[in-house]
Design a protein around this ligand. Structure first.
Ligand SMILES: Cc1ncc(C[n+]2csc(CCOP(=O)(O)OP(=O)(O)O)c2C)c(N)n1
Ligand SMILES: [Mg+2]
Length: 359
């Protein structure tokens, strides 16, 4: 017997669970201003998240997928993207989107059921939020193909969850990225759950990162509670994709410190005690402790930041709640370039009904 293939999956962490930095700060996150910026964004994201859930609980938002405990994944990715890269997000990507110029009030609008909240990309080529699980990787591969054909030095960053990595589309996207050497980085945000299905039941594969091996591309795991490692590994992966057309799969590990969405009740299936145990690795406290030890942060700055974020979020909520609702017939508006007669007719009927109902 000869061994014809062997592989290793590296795991990257810079800041450990005790907030100790191993080695030097990576080049991409060396600037102390950048470190503080990452921290501030994670805090803003958590305050926004708490508010969004409260809005849903009081009947002012349709649903919301929390990012509690996963802030470092989305904030770190956002900081790594270059302006003209193309970002293809899935529904938990608020922390990245806010760094791509998306207003938090638009995020609320979208989860309030108003599609105008998803029309934010006037000046960018980023994709809108999309909920169909596993649809993003193939879209990303398609865009990366276009970038390569045009000879543009840009990369695609596409995200999905651990559950999505079991879908056929995911493997097809990895395969074509390897076969065609596409400028794309796949991020699997592994929060250990796909609604009620635990990671252990999702796949017999030891890691999700190793799914890259069969596609002939690099795969690695990253500590998703360590914003420094996330930012650095995504930065390096995007550089490889952009400059060498070498695709990379990053499995970023964190833990979902919440229900799947506000429509879920994780207490029905999540083993007791696991969330508390995972909380010890939580990204915001970990980074704060590091910044304080480095004399870049203190209690006074923390209080000011909390107050600032709360004011900002209150402003965003006001803007959302004061947005006049879309007209019902707008549901037809983005379906076709030219609406077929049958829908034109239905649209007209709806307008007439509205007139009768509301004058
Ligand atoms: C194609 C499709 N199937 C099923 C669903 C319902 N659904 C929404 S989220 C989800 C689980 C996804 O889990 P994962 O990929 O791990 O992402 P996470 O929500 O944990 O970030 C499912 C099954 C969907 N939105 N789209
Ligand atoms: Mg998941």
């Amino acid at each position: 017997m000869n061994v014809v293939a062997k592989f290793e999956i590296p795991y990257y962490q810079c800041l450990d669970e005790s907030s100790i930095l191993h080695g030097n700060l990576p080049d991409s996150v060396k600037d102390t201003k950048q470190l503080v910026k990452l921290y501030r964004l994670m805090v803003l994201l958590r305050i926004f998240d708490t508010k969004a859930i409260a809005l849903q609980r009081t009947g002012k938002l349709g649903t919301y997928p929390s990012t509690r405990g996963q802030e470092a994944v989305f904030v770190g990715m956002g900081a790594a993207l270059a302006n003209d890269d193309v970002f293809v997000p899935y529904y938990r990507d608020v922390g990245t989107l806010i760094q791509r110029g998306v207003k938090l009030s638009d995020i609320l609008l979208y989860w309030g059921g108003d599609e105008r909240g998803n029309c934010y990309h006037k000046d960018s080529e980023d994709f809108p939020y999309s909920v169909p699980v596993g649809s993003q990787p193939l879209h990303g591969a398609g865009i990366a193909t276009a970038l390569k054909i045009r000879g543009e030095k840009r990369a695609v960053l596409v995200t999905c969850g651990d559950g999505a990595s079991s879908q056929g589309d995911f493997y097809e996207a990895l395969n074509v990225a390897g076969a065609w050497k596409l400028p794309i980085v796949f991020v699997v945000s592994n929060n250990q759950w796909a609604i009620s299905v635990p990671r252990s039941a999702q796949s017999a594969s030891q890691t999700i990162a190793q799914k890259a091996v069969a596609a002939g591309i690099e795969g690695e795991q990253v500590d998703g509670n360590d914003v420094i490692a996330v930012c650095d590994r995504v930065t390096l992966a995007l550089k490889k994709a952009r400059e060498k057309n070498e695709p990379v799969l990053l499995e970023i590990l964190s833990y979902r410190q919440s229900d799947h969405t506000t429509a879920d009740d994780a207490s029905r299936y999540e083993p007791q005690g696991i969330r508390e145990k995972e909380w010890l690795k939580e990204p915001i406290g970990r980074m704060r402790k590091y910044l304080e030890a480095a004399k870049l942060w203190d209690e006074e700055k923390e209080k000011a930041l909390q107050a600032e974020c709360s004011v900002d979020v209150e402003g965003v909520v006001k803007e959302y709640l004061n947005t006049p609702p879309q007209s019902p017939e707008s549901m037809f508006d983005s379906l076709y370039a030219k609406l077929p007669d049958i829908y034109l007719e239905q649209r007209e009927q709806l307008i007439q009904k509205e007139i009768v109902a509301h004058g």
